[in-house]
Design a protein around this ligand. Structure first.
Ligand SMILES: Cc1cc2nc3c(=O)[nH]c(=O)nc-3n(C[C@H](O)[C@H](O)[C@H](O)COP(=O)(O)OP(=O)(O)OC[C@H]3O[C@@H](n4cnc5c(N)ncnc54)[C@H](O)[C@@H]3O)c2cc1C
Length: 473
């Protein structure tokens, strides 16, 4: 059996099981927020089932507990919060694995196991409040492990801070990328930037904004398709000309945000052009630029703001379909809802190495990844995501048309080459597809032998046949 929560694991294998012949267990109908009545600012924990989506929890909290939010991802609003966390997905505020504890699991032996203090039963005051339990923490076994089917878990909610802004910083000279990363890393460590910092390259920034720009020119300026595209391409070079641009959130009280912004500006002075983006700035900026849209520069700005606005919602904890809609638009299927990305020809492989938080190392490695991808004629859209105080993750996407067999082959060959590059540097991806597993296990069979022994304890009839990865006896 192969469980999925909503099965939208795009770029990492979607809902396909890791071996043929599995029964896919679709848990999307298990969508209760089990403790809904008990959620409050004093009890900021939601006990959710796998089918609870970003949309559902956002709507619930907005209606019943508006002072609380959760850590949203940039994926579709109808993705599962728990499914994403179990694959160690990452939200706007950080890795979701840190948000989840107290799992309820159906193991392969048919038993129900509750981790942490949930084992004390629902009536225990500790069941959903103390994340660590007593004794070995078993939670970790169920992330990226399929050691069992998780049927519910506790999710930490976060208080909505009174002031929430985004800081965008455009790196002036590409040669300063290492110093830029180091400065942003320090700001993250010191708690001045309160979200993940996303540092996107030009391809990535342009891909993110393109569809929104074209829509603006078509809908608000009445341009036909070709002119709208042309104007969008020109606008991108005006509004996002830099090779690397970062975006991060700063939240807190008014005074905290003001002080943090002053510090961010001081630290990045000379390296990057810093802009503070708020709902109000976007609203007023749009109104003025839109009114002046008969001027080319003004309409470029109005279009950029229109494209940026839904993404800015993430600062307020509001998930959006925009990133997926962009892909659908790119592949000529703007008619499809985001949840049906797999019905389009959009082929997507993520290659996502974890790296130490060391600017020099990261700048050099990112350069190697881009050179390697260029050998396969891929310009690599990528973001460098400063996620923890000590490490970051690079998310590189290979986009291709799934209806063209040569492109599919080229993308997979490139993904394999990039993975080899990562491993040769002593690094590893933070999240793997099944096609990467043989190389991952091959580098460290002894470790994976232990993992397998643990798995057999909970899932003796597991779906991976004994000889599959040639583990040592
Ligand atoms: C444009 C775009 C943007 C994206 N942005 C992000 C992002 O910001 N952050 C991010 O992390 N990802 C992102 N993704 C990748 C992906 O879409 C999300 O991670 C998505 O949330 C995963 O799908 P899902 O929630 O439906 O999980 P599922 O596909 O249901 O689950 C993921 C995996 O976890 C395991 N699993 C799921 N449920 C269970 C269960 N109940 N018990 C045991 N094991 C289980 C299964 O192995 C499954 O394959 C993005 C993708 C695209 C295309």
């Amino acid at each position: 059996m192969y469980p999925v929560s909503t099965g939208m694991n795009w770029g990492y294998g979607s809902r396909s099981p890791v071996v043929p012949g599995c029964t896919v267990v679709d848990l999307s109908a298990m969508n209760r927020i089990r403790n809904a009545e008990a959620i409050s600012p004093e009890n900021p924990v939601a006990v959710i089932e796998p089918g609870v989506t970003q949309r559902q929890l956002t709507d619930y909290l907005r209606k019943h507990c508006p002072s609380l939010a959760f850590n949203p991802t940039g994926s579709a609003v109808d993705t599962s919060i728990l499914g994403n966390a179990l694959d160690r997905g990452v939200g706007y505020l950080g890795p979701r694995v840190a948000d989840v504890f107290g799992l309820e699991v159906v193991t392969g032996t048919g038993e129900i196991l509750r981790t942490g203090f949930r084992r004390l039963g629902d009536r225990s005051p500790l069941a959903t409040s103390h994340p660590y339990g007593l004794g070995p923490m078993l939670d970790g076994l169920f992330f990226q492990g399929n050691f069992g089917i998780v049927t519910s878990a506790c999710l930490r909610l976060v208080p909505r801070r009174p002031r929430r802004v985004a800081v965008s910083a455009a790196l002036r000279r590409e040669a300063d990328l290492a110093a830029f990363i180091d400065a942003l890393a320090r700001l993250k460590r010191e708690g001045l930037l309160t979200s993940v910092t996303h540092i996107g390259n030009r391809q990535r920034t342009h891909a993110t904004l393109m569809a929104g720009l074209v829509h603006y020119f078509e809908r608000e300026c009445g341009f036909e398709a070709e002119r709208a595209r042309h104007e969008a391409a020109t606008a991108l070079n005006v509004v996002a000309p830099n090779e690397w641009t970062s975006i991060a959130g700063v939240t807190g009280t008014d005074a905290q945000v003001r002080a943090a912004l002053a510090e961010v500006r001081a630290r990045l002075r000379g390296i990057a052009r810093v802009r503070v983006v708020t709902d109000r700035v976007l609203e007023v900026g749009y109104r003025i630029a839109h009114a002046l849209r008969f001027l080319k520069g003004a309409r470029a700005n109005a279009a950029a703001i229109a494209a940026m606005r839904p993404l800015h919602g993430l600062v307020n904890g509001q998930p959006t379909d925009v990133a997926i809609d962009n892909l659908l638009w790119q592949f000529g299927r703007a008619d499809l809802p985001a949840a049906q990305l797999d019905a389009s020809n959009c082929g997507l492989l993520y290659v996502s190495p974890a790296l130490p938080l060391d600017g020099g190392f990261v700048a050099r490695f990112v350069h190697s990844m881009r050179s390697e991808a260029a050998r396969f004629r891929f310009e690599l859209p990528m973001t460098i995501n400063v996620e923890t105080e000590t490490s970051l993750v690079v998310v590189a996407n290979l986009l291709f048309d799934r209806s063209v067999p040569e492109d599919v082959e080229r993308a997979h060959t490139c993904a394999r080459a990039l993975h080899r590059l990562i491993q040769d540097e002593g690094l590893e991806v933070y999240r793997a597809r099944v096609d990467m597993m043989a190389d991952i296990v091959g580098r460290d069979p002894q470790y994976w032998k232990t993992v397998r022994a643990l798995k057999l304890a909970l899932d003796p009839d597991n779906i991976i046949a004994p000889g599959r990865y040639n583990l040592p006896d």
